[in-house]
Every structure is written in C-alpha cells, then in structure tokens.
Ligand binder design. Sequence first.
Ligand SMILES: [Zn+2]
Length: 489
Amino acid sequence: MNKNRPDLVITSARVLDPATGTDAVLDVAVTGGVISGVGHSGGPGGSQAIDRAAAGDVIDLSGRWLMPGMIDTHVHVGGDLDGVTNPGIGLRNVVEAGATTVVDLGGRMERIVAGIREHGAGANVAGLGMMKPGVTLPDDDPSPDTVRSVLDAALASGQIGLKMWGGYYPFSMDVTADIIAACNERQAYVAFHVGTKSSGSRLDGLREVPALLGADGRVHVAHINAYCRGSILSPAQETAEALEILDWLRGRVVSEVHLARPNFTRGECDEDGNVRMDVARNCLRLRGYETTREGMRRAISDGYGSAVRQTPAGLSLVTGEDGVKIFNDADSLIGMSFPVNRADTAFQLTAAKRGDGSFIVDAIASDAGVLPRNVNIEQAMNMVRFGGLTPLEMAEKLSFNPARMIGLEKKGRISPGMDADLTVIDPEQGRAVMSLVAGRVVMLEGRAVGGATAGKGKLLVTSAGESAAAGYGLPYEMVDLSRSLLYTG
Ligand SMILES: [Zn+2]
C-alpha cells in the first residue's frame, strides 16, 4: 500500500498518546485500517508532514481531542440480566459511549454472537465465561477437574477466560484459589468480583485476595470502588486500605474502577422472603432497610432502589410505586439499582498513584454495557476539569492501560503501525462525539452508525477459540494473553 496516499487523514486534532507522551495538535493518517502516519499538518515533501491533499478522505477535528479508542475492560453485553431479552442493547450502548473494544465480564458466548449478528455496532468484543452454579457449573463446590473442563469449554467457545462473581455466587476460599490457579496455568484471563463464602462483596473480600493468589497468582480485580461504600469501615478508611492492598499486590493484580453513582444488582428473594444476593443485601443495610422482600419494596417505594426495565431504547430505572409494581410483577426476579457508589472514593481510587508516578488502579471501566451507566468518558472528563487527571492520564486509564491489560499491543496507542481505533472527544461537551474502528467511523454524535459500513464487530479470541470463532462466521482476531499485564506485570 502506498503510505503517501492514505485512505483517511484526520486533521488538526489534539492528539493524546500516553505511550509516547504526545499531547499536541497533529494530523493522523490511516491506511488499510492502520495508522500510517502522525505528523504536523502540511503538504507533500516535509519529513514529518502528512499530505492531506492525497488522502481519500479528510476529517477536520479542529478543537477536538483524539485519543486511542476507548477500551472498556468491564462491560456486560453477553449476560442474562433479569428482564432483559435483547442481546444487542449493550453492544450499541458501549459504542455510543465511545468504546471501540470491550471485555464482557461474564456471560454467554452465544449471546455475544447473537448480539453482534443482530445488532452489532462495530466494536471489538472479548468475553469471559461466567462461573455460575447450576448454569455453567454443577454446584458451588466444583472439583479441580470440573473447574478445568469449564475453563477449557469457555476457551474453546471463543471466550478468553473466566469471571467469578463473589458477590452473587461465592465459592469457598479453596475453590476460588483453584479457579484462579487454573486460569493462570493456561494463561487465560481471570476476573474476580471479590467475595467468598467466608467474606462478602466488600473490603473483607478484597482482604482475602493476597491469600487467594498465594506466591504468584494473577487476577483482575473488578470495580474496586464497589468495596469502598462504607460497609465495614468509613469509606475513606476502606479506600485507603484498598489502595494499600493493591499497591502491595503490584505486578500480580490488574484492576479498574467505575465512576457511576448507580450500582446494579438482582432483586431475587428466596421462599422465606429473604433477599438472596449479598450485593443487594449490602445496599439495603447501608440505609437501614431489612434484607427482605418487604425491605426491598420499602426501599423502592422510598425512591432509594430502582427496578430495571427494558424499553426499545435501552434500559431505564424505575423507582417509587411504579418500581414496586415491576418488582412485584416479576416476583422479585428483576434487575435492581441503588445509588451506592461514591464520587469521593471513585475519584481517589482513579487518581491514586505510586511514588514512581504509575497508577495504583490501572483503568477506568464502566461495569455497564447493557446497564444504563456508560459514563467513562463523561466522568473522566469531569475529573480532568477538576484537575484530578490530565488529558493524557485520562487516555492512559481509558485506553493505554486497558490495552496492556488484555495484551493488545496494536491498540491503546496512536503511532504508525497501530490499529486505527480512535475515540474523538469534544472538550466543550465533555463526551465522545466520534469513534473509529480500523479506520471506519462507528459512532457519530453519540449514535452508533457503523453496523452497515464498518461491520458489526469483531471477536477477540485466544488460539483455543479460533475454530469456534471461524464457525460463528464473524470476523475475529487472536489475542495473546501471555502479553497481558496480568502475566507480564
Ligand atoms: Zn460487572
């Protein structure tokens, strides 16, 4: 390909490339889906100049910021959520929020495939298998052999590893440690919403991680902010201790924080009218409600809890008497949301650095996707405005570090040879206004537009999932998790 004749030249953008520390107004040339040049604006001839006149297409991004495409390492696009039937909502939501690559933290491959086929909006998607007793596991006490066969089946289906939901389906310490060890043996990805049968989805769950890892275990610890809601100590004390634990586990743990106020959980109650899920019980206790069906109804009626309802446009949160009706009609089997995540701890966890300047929590992720809180960029921009992050640091936490977490060496950077996955931010509006995947526009002004032109999306799979991916008839790309920060850190 003639690199002097790019398919596309993006001109006059403020380019944010954390890998090289570049923060300057530059042009970016794209050829064959790959970045073919980054340089100062100009005509032919100059050594650093990008030749705009020769380009197939030119997009003028004066006044806009251009960062490597947002990589959201914690979304839900392939899971079963009570009351949600459309598997494509999440895929559209993530693209409309500016993401170009996402990791589905625990779901079903067939739902991801169906979602991409029917409603794919052009994002790259990696999935983790869910460890759910009665669904992907016979029970909550699987043998080492069972764990390994579930992992192998997940990898063979095209997922890149496993996710444990300690806050919903906790295992014993031994089983939890074994699941991590099994994933580590195969250098598969492994993500952990903390909590075991001897702790909870709280700081006490995070405190167990060093013991679960032993000498050299590796794990992705999900949404650190969810363990700093003030369930055990004060939120400030929990945040300080969480940062201390993560700093101590440097090189063995990767982690993310989300910046949204609402959480998401399940309303499910048992035959005796007790709320089943640890996360939901914690939410009720935080405001003094009983952890029962009646306590849940009161919390919704008072406007604290919301039921999640699917609408054609996506999901919405319904509180008050309408919410109680949804909860009753679904016989408690409904997604629920509580405004329990704290801005102060999220800010602190996002900004905290070690003495050498590296971030203690690697990434900002949404824990959204299908859930209506895909606010990474808006909230990160709020932090930039407040002075909590520089624009380059924002790009580091939204793209460069996430790319390293999954070992995507051609993403998360804006330099020649890298994939032309790019996210454009309007600093006035404080949100993403355009995204490109492999040089094709997939989002414009908050609307997913890529399905028809740029393809519906690509699967990211390990070598064990290659034949499954080929069988799905979708584009796919191999990831090498031995290059993941999980294993190189
Ligand atoms: Zn999650």
